[in-house]
Ligand binder design. Sequence first.
Ligand code: AVJ
Length: 371
Amino acid sequence: MTATDTALVLDETRWSIVERRASMTAAERLAADVRYGLAQQPPTLPARWFYDEKGSVLFDEITRLPEYYPTRRETEILKARAADIVATTGATTLIELGSGTSEKTRILLRAFTARGPLLFAPMDVSVEVLADAAGTVAATYPGITVQATVADFDESLAPLAGDPGARLIAFLGGTIGNLDPEGRDEFFTKLRDAMAPGDHLLIGADLRKDPARLVAAYDDSAGVTAAFNRNLIEVLRRELQAEGLDPADFVHVARWNAEASRIEMWLRAATDVHARFPTLDLEWELAAGEEMLTEISTKFDLPGLHQVPVELGVEDGLVGVVEVAQGPLAGEAAGELRQLLRQLNMSRQQLAQLHKCPNHKDADLHSSLTI
Ligand code: AVJ
């Protein structure tokens, strides 16, 4: 092969997809989740099963609903901060966890390509989503090489693509809110194990706000979120060939849980449900009025951000903040942020930088950048 041939081949393979070996297939995982989750009191299923083809389309619709502010807000913050993020991190690899269609990521990609070449490494559970995103990104940005990985975050995150110490790992969309405190602990432990000193982490997390506004965002007037929630029943029915399951028998409920600081989505049985899962040799009953927990969306509380870094500097060896928020510091808020960052257990040399869009009174969404 001549040098030209090689260059051509290289050019044509500016994107690749690797499927990471998992301990379970999707079918096995669903079976395990259903067995475990439906036996809980109250019954619960992990949010990942929302996203079949129809669920993904519905979620896309959700992001454009007038009531659903997080996507627009995060886009705004990323636009305002992209150049900063590039300059601060100096990263040559951008890893996106749960990348989906990478739409918001394009804001970052544009900013990175303005500086130089970049390795873009999206990770997602869906090979279809990744193939689509990888091809499009590679075709759109000549300066970007795409190395996509099909992986489930329940498994290890290591090894991460790219040069250790020069990576930015982005976890956007408020997906961190889907994890309960224990799940966050596990997730951050995995991150810590996979990240190298000098790598950066960018998290998009939604902040606590007026419960009425929160509930509206998860119970929209057009009923899209209700359809999204009920689609979970259809996923179970189809994937497990279940009998006695009908989405129409369930009512969408979105509720603010003040104690846990989270929105909860539930499905309430409108009638007595008696489901059979022949492939699992399992029966499940839910009496009319009883509920199943289908998603949590934790809202973090960081209203007094401007004083937090001082405390972090003292307690966690984390220093440096580039953007500060307005408003008085609530002790509770400082504690929560400390706790969140302690879960990361970043080392002494590592630097926490908290990015916050100024001039925004109710602090919709907050992106924290931790080095
Ligand atoms: C994609 C998990 C961030 O929790 O806001 C939106 C999912 N569920 N409306 C969220 C969701 C209902 C969303 N995340």
